[in-house]
Structure formats: C-alpha cells, structure tokens
Design a protein around this ligand. Structure first.
Ligand code: 9Z3
Length: 309
C-alpha cells in the first residue's frame, strides 16, 4: 500500500503555486496555534474530485457533491471557535453563501440609473450577512480557503495540510466531507491531447485510487481527530459499509449518509455506538450540520482531554 501511495504522488502532475499555498497555510496555522493559548484547527474537505481523461483536459469524470455539507459545517465550526482550513472544489457552495440565489451577481444587484449599482431589496439582508460573516471570519484568521479540482490536486493538498498540522496534535481535526473518486486514470498512462472521436466506443481502464485515509491516520497526522464520511445510495448496505470503514481506517467516527436523505439525517458511527442526527424539521432555518457539528465538537473535546491524561 505504501508503495502504491508513493507512486501515486511521484507520478502526479506537480501542484501549481505550491510555495504560495504552503506559505499561507503555515502562516494560518502559526497564527491560530499561538492565539489565546491556541485555537483548535479543523480541515474541512468539500465538493467532489474530478478525474481527467486527458492531460490537456477537455473531458473528465466527476463525483457528485454540491459542497453544501462542507460549507454549512465550516460556518458551524467557525461559530464554535475553530479555525477552518476549507479545502473545496472550485465552483461548489461556499461558506456564508448558502442563502444567496444561484446567480448572485445577476439577481442580487440592480441599477438605479446607468452609473449606480445597488443591492436589490429582496436579497439585501442575505448579501449583507454573507459579506460581513465571511469578512469577519477571514479578518479574525478563522477561515483559510484552498481550492482543488482534480483528484491529484485534492490528495496533494490534503497531504500538505496534514503534514503542516502534525504539530497541532490532538487539537487538529480532519472532517472529510469531500466526495473523493475511487478510480482514476494514472497520469503517465493518460493521453496528452483530446481523445479523438469517430472510431467507435471508447475503452478506458481506470486504476483504483490508493486509500489515503489509512496513511493520513498512521503517518501524516496520527494525533489528529479524524471524521470520515460514507455515502451510499442503497440504504441497506450503508451501516455495514460505515462500520467497516470505521474499523479499517481507524478513524474516530464515520458519518453515514444516504444520498436522497442526506440533508435530513446522518448517522454518526463510532466505537461508542451509533447516533442518529437529524435536522430540526419544525425549524425551517435549521440544518443537519447544526446538530452534527455540536456532537463532533463535543467528541473532539473529550478526545483532547483524554489525550492530555
Ligand atoms: C459525503 O458523504 C457528504 O456528506 C456528501 C454531501 C458528499 C453526501 P453535498 O456536498 O453532499 O452537501 O451535496 N461525503 C463523502 C463521500 C465519499 O466519497 N465518501 C467515500 C465513500 O463513501 C469515503 S472518503 O467511500
């Protein structure tokens, strides 16, 4: 497995702007581990990874995820006093923007005359809150956003963040809500140019993406609190798969969710049993992440206490 993982990274196309990313990351971690005796830091991953089919990519395979879970969870972690490294898929839902319309530029503004642009009345409150909350989070050093698109970028960034957080130990957390491809085309066996059409069906062989969760737990950040997610469309196999993942990857909890009900309920699977977490249906402004993050933060507190004993 270790060999597979090293060869995945060795053959990956190098991450662009690596030095700049590392500098921002280290500065963010330093600021937060030295502020008021040290803030807890969580890396929230969000959105789906793409698998390019060509090196000069025209076509790719995608993994479903709107990024809503990651964005909502990030807001809740910031509210709970955490510093959040938000590792997100470009173009997916962003923290503090969930109540804005899909096309905010076109729908939230209007011209009073040809030279004056102003917020449209119906969205004014939502725009004000989004801008203020995001600016406050960034200004207070509670939010660092790092984008990815491909599986190569995602895994390289995840490793970078994990290694950078190593010294934060039990006060760091990984909350892995991104939908990560299980299969990919290895860079070296990928055609450089656009795959030609017109000569019948296309056969592509996908290799299995090496499972990075085990190495994240054992090598990259062994002391960090680690929450992974299990997504299934068949509810009959969900709990069994989540329990298996808990044992196999030795994470602290697995959040099990079914695609069609993911916004209503999730099950937190851990060695202390299974807990069903629901959205409060009688409150229209409630999200499953509000209760989920409360529970996870609680579990993290216990973990930190136990690590110090
Ligand atoms: C999840 O299960 C997330 O909860 C969702 C959130 C992607 C369903 P949305 O972004 O949805 O709010 O639209 N994420 C993990 C999915 C995943 O790929 N898990 C892997 C698996 O199930 C393990 S890492 O095998």
């Amino acid at each position: 497995m270790e060999d597979e993982i090293s060869s995945f990274f060795e053959s990956s196309p190098p991450q662009k702007n690596m030095e700049e990313i590392l500098e921002n990351l280290n500065e963010f971690i330093k600021l937060n581990s030295s502020s008021q005796g040290g803030r807890r830091i969580v890396c929230v991953t969000s959105g789906g990874t793409t698998v390019p089919l060509e090196q000069r990519c025209v076509r790719y395979i995608d993994n479903f995820s709107s990024g809503n879970r990651g964005a909502a969870s990030t807001e809740n972690f910031v509210k709970a006093g955490y510093a959040v490294i938000f590792l997100y898929r470009r173009g997916t839902c962003q923290p503090y923007c969930r109540s804005l319309p899909d096309d905010p530029f076109l729908e939230c503004f209007e011209f009073s005359d040809k030279t004056n642009i102003q917020g449209s009345y119906s969205h004014l409150e939502a725009v004000k809150m989004a801008v203020m909350d995001q600016q406050t989070a960034v200004a207070e050093g509670s939010l660092l956003k790092l984008p990815f698109s491909t599986i190569y970028e995602y895994l390289q960034m995840l490793r970078l963040i994990a290694e950078a957080l190593k010294d934060v130990g039990p006060c760091s957390m990984f909350y892995l809500a991104a939908a990560v491809s299980d299969f990919y085309v290895p860079w070296k066996s990928m055609t450089e140019h656009k795959i030609e059409s017109g000569s019948g069906p296309l056969d592509i062989r996908l290799a299995q993406v090496p499972k990075m969760l085990s190495v994240l737990r054992s090598n990259w950040a062994p002391k960090a609190f680690c929450i992974s997610f299990k997504l299934e469309t068949d509810s009959k196999i969900l709990m069994e798969k989540a329990t298996k993942a808990l044992r196999k990857y030795k994470v602290h909890a697995v959040v099990a969710n079914e695609l069609s009900t993911r916004k209503e309920e999730v099950v937190v699977v851990s060695s202390s049993g299974n807990v069903v977490v629901r959205r409060e249906c009688d409150k229209p402004e409630s999200f499953v992440e509000d209760n989920l993050i409360r529970l996870i933060v609680d579990r993290h507190s216990t973990y930190i206490k136990e690590s110090h004993n």
